[in-house]
Design a protein around this ligand. Structure first.
Ligand code: NDP
Length: 484
């Protein structure tokens, strides 16, 4: 081939020899003046950015979201207005607890993080493939994740820590039941639903709000992996889900999800039988049925994994006008934690990277910072307010005002009913699903070192449904505790 480009250093100078270091004589030693060698080795040492503490192992894809049902009476967010409106998007699926190289086919929730490149800036829905979460106050998150990661002494997973935390945090019961059910190991990333999990606020053109929850329903249907096959695959092909997603898109078999919402009038939040801001609970679909909103199709693989998947940054606080936070305490903590994680691992200018950059111009007074790679605002005005024609506030986009009541204090949620919805889920499972659920839990709890932890947890299962608790107690060879 002719017209080959010259190999250059990172500063663009041609490299004369990329095979032999500069040495003193044929045998060496190597001379420090070989700056090409120094730069090559030093850059190699810096190829990794810190992996995410949670959701480290992920797979991503680009796609298109299309509105199929206009809901502009509820939100002024333009991406959801007008049947046929299309918005480019990017998704990153992930496991939660494992490291960057860990196996895909483990029992774990799957992260389901969607970035919409809307005409009003980016909008992220950063959820999971389950509608609820283990805890409902972000103050418990670091402790919870410690129990999911490796034991500091042995560097092994520690089932005693896992069940100790869960048994002391009964609000986890609903999510634990989902995790231990068949849906805890999806067959592929294409065969699982996605959920925004939290409650959000939608605000329309007139400033009127509603509470909303998002449900992405897979068009491929739900399919799960048998536990023995999952374990075999984890050994033989730890990247099984990543590979499946990539290959499906590459051969034009584009996976798709229908997006539905549940909508709750603001005033219902005070009287609904569950706290609608408690992320360990769902809103019953019998009370708030699913309303179709649109369809998301994944149709393009990333060109480069590091640039577009590893460096992708999502935050549940990446809102557009017409979509706001709810008081959900877990969400409120995440509004801080996600942006903070990105500033740490990718840098303060993470939103300038191609995968994170909005499709619209970002005009603000942020300047400088590590790796500022654009023109840094050139000589334009760098403070606000100013007399030099810099970007001005779009005052029609102020937060929709809302009432708050009560005293500032460290108070828990007003409900200790951790059991009804976990029990509802147990009761809706088929006989075979119930049996597999019980077997999975018994298998997972057997290695727990302290009997008191097992008994405490059995008490929670019993309160969800006496049959559920009794079967797990029997499987573990223990009696149902008297006080359950
Ligand atoms: P509904 O009967 O109206 O809805 C049941 C929901 O459960 C559907 O979303 C269904 O989704 C889902 N589901 C069915 N089989 C399973 C399964 N094997 N594992 C997990 N989810 C399943 O009842 P409610 O809305 O009153 O909810 C009852 C229980 O269903 C809840 O306590 C909760 O545990 C579970 N659930 C509820 C959801 C909600 O948003 N209300 C969402 C998901 C689960 P699908 O069509 O995919 O099967």
């Amino acid at each position: 081939m002719t017209n080959k480009k010259n190999l250059t250093t990172s500063w663009g100078a041609p490299v004369g020899d990329n095979q032999n270091s500069i040495t003193a004589g044929q045998r060496g030693p190597v001379l420090i003046q070989d700056v090409h060698l120094l730069e090559k080795l030093a850059h190699f040492n810096r190829e990794r950015v810190p992996e995410r503490v949670v959701h480290a192992k992920g797979a991503g894809a680009f796609g298109t979201f299309e509105v199929t049902n206009d809901l502009s009476q509820y939100t002024k967010a333009k991406l959801f207005n007008g049947v046929g409106k299309k918005t480019d998007m990017f998704i990153r699926f992930s496991t939660v607890a494992g490291e960057l190289g860990s196996a895909d086919t483990v029992r774990d929730p799957r992260g389901f993080a969607v970035k919409f490149y809307t005409e009003e800036g980016n909008y992220d829905i950063v959820g999971n493939n389950t509608p609820v979460f283990f805890i409902r106050d972000a103050i418990k998150f670091p402790d919870f994740i410690h129990t999911q990661k490796r034991d500091p002494r042995t560097h092994l997973k520690n089932p005693t820590a896992v069940w100790d935390f869960w048994s002391h945090s009964p609000e986890s019961l609903h999510q634990v039941t989902i995790l231990m059910s068949d849906r805890g190991i999806p067959a592929t990333l294409r065969h699982t639903h996605g959920f925004g999990s939290h409650t959000f606020k939608w605000v329309n053109d007139e400033g009127k709000g509603v509470w909303v929850k998002y449900h992405f329903k897979t068009e491929q249907g739900i399919k799960n992996l048998d536990v023995d096959l999952a374990a075999k695959l984890a050994g033989e092909n730890p990247d099984y889900h990543t590979e499946d997603l990539f290959n499906a898109i590459e051969k034009g078999d584009f996976p798709a999800w229908k997006l539905y919402v549940q909508i709750m009038p603001l005033e219902d939040a005070d009287t609904y039988r569950f706290d609608p801001f408690d992320v360990t609970k769902v809103w019953s679909q019998k009370d708030y049925p699913l309303i179709e909103l649109g369809r998301m199709e994944l149709n393009r693989n990333p060109e480069n994994y590091f640039a577009e998947v590893e460096q992708a940054t999502f935050s549940p606080g990446t809102f557009v006008p017409g979509i706001e936070a709810s008081p959900d305490k877990m969400l409120q903590g995440r509004l801080f934690a996600y942006g903070d994680a990105h500033r740490y691992r990718v840098g303060a200018n993470h939103n300038h990277l191609p995968v994170n950059r909005p499709k619209v111009e970002a005009n603000n007074y942020q300047r400088d910072g590590f790796m500022r790679a654009d023109d840094n605002g050139k000589g334009s005005v760098y403070y606000e307010p100013n007399s030099f024609g810099g970007p001005v506030e779009a005052t029609e986009n102020k937060l929709a005002p809302f009432e708050v009541t009560g005293q500032a204090a460290q108070v828990g949620h007003n409900s200790d009913d951790h059991y009804t919805q976990a029990g509802d889920l147990y009761r809706l499972l088929s006989a075979e699903e119930k049996t597999r659920l019980v077997e999975t839990i018994v298998g997972a709890m057997k290695p727990v070192e302290l009997e008191e932890i097992k008994l405490r947890q059995i008490g929670h299962f019993y309160k969800a449904d006496p049959e559920y608790g009794t079967r797990i107690a029997e499987g573990l060879g223990l009696a149902v505790p008297q006080e359950a």
